[in-house]
Design a binder for this molecule. Sequence first.
Ligand code: GSH
Length: 320
Amino acid sequence: MNKKLYLLLIISGLHILLIVKIIYNMASGAEAQTPAAGEENVLEWAAKDKRRFLHAVYRVGDLDRTIKFYTECLGMQLLRKRDIPEEKYSNAFLGFGPEESHFAVELTYNYGVDKYDIGTGFGHFAIASEDVYKLVENIRAKGGNITREPGPVKGGETVIAFVKDPDGYIFELIQRGPTPEPLCQVMLRVGDLDRAIKFYEKACGMKLLRKKDVPDYKYTIAMLGYDDEDKTTVLELTYNYGVTEYTKGNAYAQVAISTEDVYKSAAVVDLVTKELGGKITRQPGPIPGINTKITSFLDPDGWKVVLVDNADFLKELEKK
Ligand SMILES: N[C@@H](CCC(=O)N[C@@H](CS)C(=O)NCC(=O)O)C(=O)O
């Protein structure tokens, strides 16, 4: 009898263990799903975050020469300048309106460096103009280098032209109606367009505004951004059929985009890089000395993006 009771006790004990294990498994299963739900949340957050293109950063060999070309030929305004002698460089910011609401180019001059390699991956910046023919004549009269005469784009109707700035950066001039943001595109070439589109949608919360395949000229372009392409600056990604690698040189550096939270942004980017490639190159946090919070990363093609805390950026502008 005692033996039977003993056996019964063992069996019920085993049952209890089994039930505990089942409950534990269910709980850990639920736990394993939590990050997925979390992933969903951060990705949704990234799409709702208050973002806008702030500036494109690149290096030039002579600040005054570029400022003269951009103001006299391209119609930009010089917005601010700063010299950082401790680090042996100076910056100039130019654009078509105040940086609080407009995109800008941030030129970097490194003391003593007068030449850079632009590489084959960087495409162009673009300027929208109501009369590209007239703009080109003005630029030519001032000695500018027109590399493509105005006329309809190959395979389309929009009137475009190309000019080269003193360092060799290309500006596409695009004919369109009045716009609040004439500095309207940063074009970069990528080796896998769908991967790049997914990356910018997920990691940067951008919308795919337009995609156009031009088989006659063997390329596809995608416009990505935060608002209509005729109202704000967009990122134009170009895929040339069969070309997966480009050189980056050392001239063009990055685009900066605003965010309300660099820490959350970095968590999103980190997740997306695990799926699509690319990597965080600077963990989120304040820049020593300036205190503006940033995080930066490379996309799957190696193009650099910096996310900048919006409130810190506006404070920085107040100090200028
Ligand atoms: N192979 C070109 C593909 C992109 C392309 O052709 N873009 C159009 C503008 S969207 C262009 O530059 N067209 C030249 C023209 O119309 O002369 C590249 O990599 O730049």
